[in-house]
Design a protein around this ligand. Structure first.
Ligand code: 5GP
Length: 244
């Protein structure tokens, strides 16, 4: 890993698992993935050494993959194992979730059986606000709240579905099934970019054969050694020479 040549400046923001810092360059930020892991709106929390670097490396690889497919993202490069250099976005407070298989809140909130394939994939957009428990939005609410214009909303959905195709193929080729994932978007010089992270904290991944969880559900529901699972996924994601 190359030495850090970017100066970590003033903290800009600290979330539940990542911290943002200014750099010496305008319009660029450092994202430091911390070892904190939380679930249930912060109701369950722990610190797991190495977890931050595993998520940072997976995020960096997946953002690079998206870049190779001409999906615009905030990712510039990895600075060290737990730090990404990114473009500074004006974040849109939305959580854009794409579901390929019913799981999680979809089976908790609706009469749908876990494991039901969803074809076409289902897009759910939540308002990002922990104090309100990220309530679900619909298109009219998004427009009424001026979170996005109709055209921007169409662009966000189109990007989310394209990302889904790219990531689903990538994981399938590595023996994993992308059940669902969450994206966040932001604006950079008028353009909508994929921001935040794409990691085991923000996806639901199942082992293609056993259907066992390979993501934060292992932590949420105490299904086993979450660090061992995150290491296993990271190893598969970083392995080169496989298609796609
Ligand atoms: P669900 O709605 O089933 O809880 O979550 C759907 C998908 O979006 C899961 O892969 C979950 O990890 C991700 N997701 C939903 N809300 C959040 C959130 O607030 N933070 C993160 N990191 N991921 C989320």
């Amino acid at each position: 890993m190359r030495a850090c040549s970017v100066k970590q400046g003033i903290p800009v923001y600290s979330g539940k698992a990542k911290s943002l810092y200014r750099t010496d360059k305008d319009g660029e930020l450092l994202v430091v993935f911390r070892d904190d892991i939380t679930a249930f709106d912060g109701g369950k929390k722990d610190v797991l050494s190495e977890k931050g670097s595993l998520n940072a490396q997976v995020s960096a690889r997946l953002f690079s993959l998206l870049g190779e497919h001409r999906i615009p993202t905030h990712f510039i490069r990895l600075i060290d194992n737990a730090t990404m250099l990114v473009r500074e976005l004006e974040m849109i407070p939305l959580e854009v979730i794409v579901r390929n298989i019913a799981a999680g809140s979809m089976v908790r909130n609706y009469p749908v059986r876990e494991g039901t394939p969803l074809d076409p994939p289902v897009i759910v957009i939540d308002y990002k606000d922990d104090s309100r428990h990220d309530p679900m939005l619909n298109d009219d609410l998004i427009i009424a709240m001026k979170l996005l214009s109709r055209e921007e909303l169409a662009r966000v959905k189109d990007l989310a579905l394209k990302v889904n195709i790219i990531l689903s193929r990538f994981f399938e080729a590595r023996g994993m099934t992308l059940v669902d994932f969450k994206l966040e978007f932001g604006k950079y010089r008028g353009e909508i970019l994929v921001g935040d992270e794409i990691s085991m904290d923000s996806m639901r991944l199942w082992d293609a054969k056993t259907k066992g969880s390979l993501d934060k559900d292992v932590y949420r529901f105490e299904k086993g050694d979450v660090l061992a699972v995150y290491r296993q996924v990271t190893e598969k994601v970083l392995k080169r020479g496989e298609n796609p």
